[in-house]
Write a protein that binds this ligand. Structure first.
Ligand SMILES: [Zn+2]
Ligand SMILES: [Zn+2]
Length: 72
């Protein structure tokens, strides 16, 4: 089985996170650029993980977590 690729470094401070980290332990920035679209009665929500430079979700066009957090 192929090894999982290394996680990208933190977009804010460049710290190299552990594979299981979801937030940077140095600066608290989110490390996984998930879509922020919430579940609602009309939509099942979107939890797509986008690339680190994606300000908007590639699937649904909602702002990504990085965008909402002011990282992009
Ligand atoms: Zn950081
Ligand atoms: Zn989305």
């Amino acid at each position: 089985m192929a090894e999982q690729p290394e996680k990208e470094p933190c977009v804010r401070c460049g710290h190299q996170p552990e594979k299981s980290d979801k937030y940077c332990v140095r600066c608290g920035a989110p490390l996984v650029n998930r879509c922020t679209k919430k579940r609602s009665p009309l939509h099942r929500g979107c939890s797509k993980v986008n690339k680190q430079d994606a300000a908007y979700c590639a699937d649904c066009g909602e702002p990504t977590l990085f965008r909402e957090s002011g990282l992009l």
